[in-house]
Design a protein around this ligand. Structure first.
Ligand code: PLP
Length: 383
């Protein structure tokens, strides 16, 4: 947070308009331009974005959505709001993203006749294999809702379209501006789509099902009368949040350059270390580097991931683990009958992974300290 964010927020506060209004509309406009989307709809969080997206597609009780277990709970919890069953399939061991081969396998099994959509997550900011997912969706008449919580600014090469920004590929794409994301509005989210009808439906539903300009009803230009057109939710984004988001969005390219620079430094430092596995990279993608996920090779180390994280913490390096696979969590086991061992690739990644610090204000010295500390822990604990 810097002076630009302060200026925008003070501007919102002094304008007297603090909830959804001109800043939120401006944020939508600038975000749509940033990803090249036809419509961008600002909402309170990505969780709400995902909920609205599935709801707008008309998904309901008994329907199924194919998704990844290697994600944060928000991706699948929203399905529970609608009585939709999350059908987990395993991930690709390189990218950590949903494996198109496993999606096909699930659909070919004939057990998922109620599948209505695929919900890929661009994990850590690495775009999924959208060419293959689009082809599968076409073949089985499924919608695609992308969870791009990690992937604002990411892009991928698509057949016939060249380099294509995330936010312009699936039917609906959901972004997060939660405090830890590549850029933030403290809390916030955005839905992008090229579909006019879906955009209209979501705009209305995100504020109680009121007509689209109901937010203007307190303004001189507005009317006291509003109509309720549809079932609605309270998912609008306030202007105070949008003000932070606007200032951050204008700095997003700089943030992404710095994140990429840090990731490349980590890659150069850890590539040669045989006890470590750096993130997979491939041609034709622009990674958002929301997370830098390093994997340990347990055969070459005397300590496991848990201890590695603990020693890093003792030496002043805060790390985290992304993600704990959903099918291993109590709720998903109880509600849907999933059990440990079902998705071995996701579980193997989870057992061995840790996310190193990566954020734009990290100094070169911070980055060097992380590199040196990881390197010394590996040397001290080699088998
Ligand atoms: C993959 C993924 N999807 C969705 C979300 C939910 O985002 P929000 O906190 O904006 O609701 C998160 C949040 O961390 C996430 O990591």
């Amino acid at each position: 947070m810097g002076p630009d964010e302060e200026r925008e927020v003070i501007d919102a506060l002094r304008s007297g308009w603090i909830t959804t209004g001109p800043k939120a509309k401006q944020f939508e406009k600038e975000f749509a331009a940033y990803v090249g989307a036809r419509h961008a709809l600002a909402v309170a969080h990505c969780t709400g974005a995902l909920h609205l997206a599935l709801w707008a597609l008309g998904l309901g009780a008994g329907d199924e959505v194919i998704t990844t277990p290697f994600t944060f709970t928000a991706t699948a919890e929203v399905m529970g709001y609608l009585g939709v069953r999350p059908v987990f399939v395993d991930v690709d061991p390189g990218t950590f993203n949903i494996s198109p081969a496993r999606v096909e396998e699930a659909l070919e099994s004939g057990r998922h006749k109620r599948a209505r959509a695929i919900l890929p997550v661009h994990f850590a900011g690495h775009p999924c294999d959208m060419d293959r997912l689009l082809a599968i969706a076409r073949q089985y008449d499924l919608k695609i809702v992308e969870d791009a919580a990690h992937a604002a600014g990411a892009a991928r090469h698509l057949d016939g379209r060249g380099m294509t920004k995330i936010g312009t590929i699936g039917d609906l794409t959901c972004f997060s501006f939660y405090a830890t994301k590549n850029f933030t509005s403290a809390e916030g989210g955005m839905i992008t789509t090229a579909d006019d009808a879906l955009a209209d439906k979501i705009a209305v539903a995100s504020l109680h099902g009121m007509n689209k300009d109901a937010w203007k009803r307190y303004d001189k230009s507005g009317s006291w009368y509003y109509e309720i057109h549809d079932l609605g939710f309270k998912y609008n984004l306030s202007d105070v949040h949008a003000a932070i988001g606007l200032a951050q969005l204008r700095r997003a390219d700089g943030f992404l350059r710095r994140r990429t620079d840090i990731a490349m430094r980590y890659n150069r430092a850890f590539r040669e270390c045989d006890a470590l596995q750096i993130p997979y990279s491939e041609a034709g993608i622009e990674h958002a580097w929301h997370l830098y996920v390093l994997r340990l090779k347990p055969d070459l180390l005397r300590i496991g991931r848990g201890q590695f994280v603990e020693i890093l913490r003792e030496r002043g390096v805060g790390t985290s683990v992304h993600c704990i696979p959903l099918h291993t969590m109590h709720y998903y086991q109880r509600a849907y009958g999933y059990h440990n061992g079902e998705f071995p690739v996701a579980e193997d990644i989870y057992e061995r992974c840790l996310s190193l610090p990566i954020y734009p204000s990290m100094t070169d010295e911070d980055v060097e300290y992380v590199i040196d500390t990881v390197g010394s822990i590996v040397r001290e604990n080699r088998r």
